[in-house]
Design a protein around this ligand. Sequence first.
Ligand code: ZN
Length: 714
Amino acid sequence: MTAPAARYESRWDAPHADGLSALDRLVYRSNLLGADRSLANWGGGNTSTKTLVTDHTGREGRALFVKASGTDLATIDRAGFAALRLDDLDLLFEREAMADAEMIDYLLRSALDPGQPRPSIETLLHAFIPAPEVDHTHPDAVIALTSAPCGSELAAEAFGADAIWIDYVRPGFRLARVVAQAVRSQPEARFVLLEKHGLVTWGGTSEESYRATLDAVQRALDALAAVAPIEPLGALAVPPFPPEAREPALMELLPRLRGRISRERHHVLEVDTSQAALDFVGRERTRELSQVGAACPDHLVNTKAKPLFLTDAALEEQLDAFESWYRNYYEANLDDESRPFPIDPTGPRVVLAPGLGLITSGTNAARARISNDLYQRAMAVIQLAGGAGGFTSLSEPEAFAIEYWPLERYKLTLAPPPRELEGRIALVTGAASGIGRAIAERLAAEGAHVAIADIDAAGAGDLAAVLCERYGVRRAQAVDMDVTDEKSVAQAFRSTVLAWGGVDIVVSNAGVAVSAPVEETTREVWDRNFDVLVRGYFLVAAQSIEIMRRQGIGGSIVFVGSKNALAAGRNAAAYSAAKAAELHLARCLAEEAGPAGIRINSVNPDAVLRGSAIWNSEWRAERAKAYGISEEKLEDYYRDRTTLRVAVYPEDVAEAGTRPTTWRCCAAGAMRLSRSARTSTARRRRSSSGRARSRASQRRSRSVRPCAAPVVAA
Ligand code: ZN
């Protein structure tokens, strides 16, 4: 495996850039740098420009626009920059030292706009360098060069007086001052190389600063290539498993791994089986080099200082060893600064599985993806540095001082607060329309990752796309599933496990309904109802329970039943009998799976017409005929036979399906209402029938008692 060769060519579009304001040009330059992850890792690096602005008093003054904390260069826009009064910042250069909290307070008070985001923790590095444009990045080649044991000699050879070498110092006031003093005392220098960290460049113009970054990275890469052996990671020791062997192995590994990692807080996984990942994890020296430490301080919060490298030993033992290392690392390095921060979940964020790929974890799919993005950078750095004679990293105390640094922890607080089902994985059958769709939407809104299982592949694909657009990358996935076919059910669960590592919530909702008098109920009709509603629910539940048991963190299975499971339905013997069998199946399985913490509940809705594929079929006409009314009167008929006199909508069932222990529907359609449901019911009534009726309904709803015999199996 050789180090990747690259040429860093300028992509600067001068006619475009010349027409931009100073801030827009900074946005343009930042996006160009961020577009190449070998230059700027996800969320890492920062850029700035110094320019004149007119403040709220109408006076003109010097300002520093600098990237805000927690933003990403690839996608940053104007709102991602903070503007500070440069005259205020200049005063700090005379100071000898400044504590982090005092520095942050000072920066916030120097803001030009009180509502702007918090500026980067490396702001003073930008302010103190005497140039209009400054870029600080974490390029793979520069980190590799500055992490190699002979890095400073190689750098001296490659850069001469063009570059200044700065030994490792944690970012903050001291690093900013050390760098600026060095730059001011060596005005002929063009670059600063930060040991085990990255690069600083500057220029009189935006293009000059951008080109200086490319120039420095190219020179670092050439210096590494000049000394690189052919195979820095050694020969391929474990070749990639062929896909037909890889999938069963991952099905065995992922739920156990995820379950263990999720004991403290639910996580989802991402498996990278790209050629590059498979090649990296399978090399002779990968284990040794991967355990040296993080490739960049900026990775630590998302990757931990080292990954778990899987061997043939028992998985539990390997995870025990990893967790115990992490706990010791935390306890040994805890000091007054880090003490306010509790230990992170102790499981690995990155797992290297020879033959299988690179596995990352996060509290949601986006965070698992960030860990993957950052470990891609680590893989490149380890290969490049390995080629230059070795790879060294921050010491454990240095790594800890970054990982639990209050300023680094601050970035984590910028994420939206976790929702109720954050980190959960759900699978909903018959999810492309009607009740299933409403449940899938509701689960996604609560933070779950949702497999949209349906025989309607196009409908499932459309909904998955909508949910990803609404909630973010990899939040939903369409899976083909015919619930009557054992192979199809197994394949759908396999896709779900391979996508996120397991499953926590399964809503069995796929349905079929045929209404006919007994004389007209053919054997085919009978079998079809039992195939879908009994065998289908059994197959889905059996797969769910098997995976949930392997995870070992419990789970929830919900059967969307029917009022017909409990009450006789005229002209619906096959459907009603199948629904009754389905309900009893839930009760039996709940008895079996309960000791493993797996809850199995049934929700039994009555006549949910809106958006339903079943109610758009012949079932509607047949039911109207059975009751001797016209099809148009069906909704009124069903509404009026409920105790509450409300129509039941898919969203109501979704509420019940996602909270099966707090909601119960009974055969008569009367529901025990949660406060939110009461509110939405009242709102619905007000909009349709006026306030007087709404008050009456609310009185009625308060008088509704929980069903005497709740249709809940566990
Ligand atoms: Zn940095």
